[in-house]
Design a binder for this molecule. Structure first.
Ligand SMILES: Nc1ncnc2c1ncn2[C@@H]1O[C@H](COP(=O)(O)OP(=O)(O)OP(=O)(O)O)[C@@H](O)[C@H]1O
Length: 675
């Protein structure tokens, strides 16, 4: 309070002081104007006398205030019609312009000159100073906006340089299989080439032509079972679905392992599903027929003990080099870890090949950190942990002859002597990664501890390929025709039935989002078929055999379903994404995504069940109206939107099927409402 009071007391004197100074200033200003007027009046008779000599101080003040108001470039008058009311309700006539008025900026600029604002007339000393150039201030450099990194640069950030410099292979490349003793173009042995011809294969596909010469170099020492002093480079392969990736690794493995004398576990193939394990085993058996190689599988389909007896020759004696009944093991990651941790003498120290097929899928799932465990087991003897596993302190009976070079330094046989055998060797295990949608994720690739990797990317139009294509895009088989049908969700089953009947589909895979919807859709289709009336023009409708294939069915039933589908006993297999990857059924003519795939990878693998090995195929995706935007943007991001054409089906087309469909729907409802 005191301070405020004091402030108020001092105000009048300050105000007076200010008023005097202002008065002085205004007086001088008036004088200046007079002088100016006197100087100009002689030559200019038309000059309007704007400044009366008897203008009062207060009038001058108002003038000053006005000039302050007009300093603002835009003047706005809120009250309409030029009059305003004061807070007390008194009408005040406002003489200012009623509309917005723009003040001329150039006039402002003129007013803002130092002369105008200077309260004192400029002395000659000051004007001299103003005229003389002031020493220039050091100017700061203008800020530079760095260019935003291009999409390409961003995409390449953090990538393995080997991936950026990948070998791009044109998907249309084929190479006839040579006759004669030597084949310099592929490095395949005569025996393997003969076997391929027996299997009806006369030429090699693009991925095979690229990979075989690399894995089977002309220098035979490079084909040894152990390469501790010149360990082989690892390989990553990205090639479209159905392009023959399986043979690209089966052929070199069979050729190299055929030189072995003792059976050891030398090739390990890891796959995400049991069905794929069975399929790859069949390919190995077909190619290696008559070569004496032993092939085993571990998927959990049989009991653990049964699998152990199939894999291990001797589980009772402690063997530093491990023991194996198989040269090649094809397995799922979960079961592999079970054997690594729980099967005595199961060792990966002799591995020459570690194949990870459908690599992006396997790397996306941890399966108890299977990869880290497998990589560690390839580096040193797994034997050390054995007694810990079974809890038995075994008598010490090492057999160093069975040790691989990578494990020789662990030998306890000659502890006193230091020879080059003690030197730690590198593992001879060559990692081979395959997928149609190979991950480019640097983090996931780093986990693989790849050794000087070489990337092969198979795609159409390889000559135009850019590093960005390598990074972001997946290739779809050139022989595949893709279409989407946008429809109401309630119409989807009817739309499927329409497509099946009008296109005479007899070999199709239909993908749904879940095992439950698979079963429901099959039941609806069966009801629909049972109530469908013969048409006037086409007579009795064709009978379509449809079955569901999902994780709900036991493995033995699934196996038999696949066999029947391959044998064309089943026309349509409605499946969850369980078989969207890798499954190779050559005659599949149509793939229907009854439910939209959740991402581009899923889409690529689903549609890739048709148009395999250069055959023609069609893929339809049923898109609910509210999903259309999402689906299209997914395709657009993958630069694939223009490849998927829209197929339009009108109400009129569906009308003939509608009565049977409605009846079938009622039956399905009843079936599901029954307790
Ligand atoms: N050189 C060849 N000549 C003829 N057929 C071949 C050749 N190579 C592979 N095939 C056949 O092509 C089909 C597809 O091969 P494969 O299953 O290896 O494809 P993929 O590239 O692994 O596909 P996906 O990515 O879907 O697993 C198989 O039926 C296979 O027998």
């Amino acid at each position: 309070m005191t301070e405020i009071g004091e402030g108020r007391q001092s105000m009048p004197s300050e105000a007076q002081g200010k008023t005097k100074a202002k008065k002085r200033y205004l007086r001088r200003k008036k004088e200046r104007r007079k002088h100016k007027k006197a100087a100009t009046s002689k030559g200019d008779k038309n000059v309007k006398v704007a400044e009366s000599s008897n203008v009062t101080d207060s009038e001058e003040e108002e003038e000053e205030q006005d000039s302050v108001v007009t300093d603002s470039p835009v003047v706005r008058f809120e009250g309409g019609e030029g009059s305003q009311k004061t807070s007390e309700g008194v009408d005040v006539h406002d003489e200012r312009p009623k509309k917005r008025r723009k003040v001329d900026q150039s006039e402002d600029a003129k007013e803002a000159t130092p002369h105008e604002h200077s309260p004192e007339p400029l002395t000659s000393e000051v004007t001299d100073r103003l005229k003389s150039p002031l020493p220039a201030l050091p100017s700061f450099p203008l800020p530079i906006h760095p260019n935003a990194p291009s999409k390409r640069d961003l995409a390449l950030q953090g990538l393995d340089p080997a991936l950026v410099h990948a070998d791009i292979v044109d998907s249309s490349t084929v190479l006839p299989i040579a006759d004669g003793e030597e084949d310099e173009s592929t490095g395949l042995t005569e025996r393997t080439r003969k076997r391929l011809k027996d299997l009806g294969i006369s030429e090699l596909f693009a991925v095979q032509t690229a990979l075989l010469p690399f894995l089977l170099p002309p220098d035979v020492t490079q084909r040894s079972l152990y390469l501790s002093y010149a360990p082989p480079r690892d390989v990553c392969v990205s090639a479209p679905t159905g392009s023959g990736k399986t043979l690209a690794y089966v052929l070199p493995i069979v050729d190299i392992l055929s030189s072995r004398i003792v059976t050891r576990l030398r090739a390990l193939v890891v796959l995400p599903t049991r069905d794929l394990v069975t399929q790859v085993r069949e390919t190995f058996e077909a190619v290696s027929k008559g070569r004496g190689l032993k092939i085993g599988t571990a998927t959990g389909q049989h009991s653990f003990t049964h699998e152990q007896t199939q894999l291990i020759a001797d589980g009772s004696t402690r063997l530093q080099g491990g023991s194996s009944k198989v040269d090649i093991l094809i397995c799922t990651p979960g079961r592999l870890i079970d054997h690594l941790n729980g099967t005595p003498n199961f060792s990966l120290q002799h591995l020459r090949f570690l194949v990870i097929d459908e690599a992006d899928r396997l790397l996306a799932q941890t399966f108890q950190g299977w990869l880290a465990q497998v990589l560690s087991a390839t580096r040193t003897s797994h034997l050390q942990s054995l007694s810990a596993v079974d809890g038995v302190d075994r008598p010490h009976h090492p057999s160093p002859d069975a040790l691989s070079p990578v494990s020789l330094h662990l030998s306890t046989e000659f502890p006193e002597f230091h020879t080059d055998l003690d030197e730690k060797k590198e593992s001879s295990c060559q990692k081979l990664l395959f997928s149609a949608t190979l991950t480019r994720d640097p983090g996931k690739i780093a986990a693989l501890e790849l050794r000087d990797p070489r990337y092969f990317i198979v795609k159409s139009g390889a000559e135009k390929a850019d590093a960005l294509d390598v990074v972001e895009k997946f290739t779809i088989p050139a022989t595949l025709k893709e279409q989407m049908i946008v429809c109401d969700s309630a119409q989807k089953p009817l739309m499927l039935f329409y497509l099946v009947y009008t296109h005479n589909v007899t070999n199709a895979l239909v993908f749904t989002k879940s095992a439950e919807s698979t079963t429901r859709l099959v039941r609806l289709f069966e009801f629909f078929q049972s109530v469908r009336q013969p048409s006037e023009d086409q007579g009795e409708p064709r009978r379509v055999v449809i079955q569901s294939y999902s994780s709900d069915s036991p493995p033995s039933e699934r196996k038999s379903l696949l066999e029947r589908f391959k044998g064309k006993e089943i026309h349509i297999l409605v499946a969850s994404d369980l078989i969207s990857r890798g499954i190779d059924i050559s005659h599949v003519s149509h793939v229907v995504s009854y439910d939209v795939p959740v991402d581009m990878r899923k889409y690529v693998h689903r549609v890739g069940r048709t148009a395999r090995a250069g055959r023609m195929g069609e893929a339809w995706t049923l898109v609910e109206e509210q999903e259309a935007r999402y689906f299209k943007s997914m395709l657009k991001v993958a630069d694939h939107l223009e490849k998927v054409k829209r197929l339009r089906v009108s109400e009129k087309d569906l009308a003939p099927l509608l009565p049977s469909y409605e009846l079938a729907l009622r039956q399905l409802k009843e079936a599901y409402s029954r307790p």
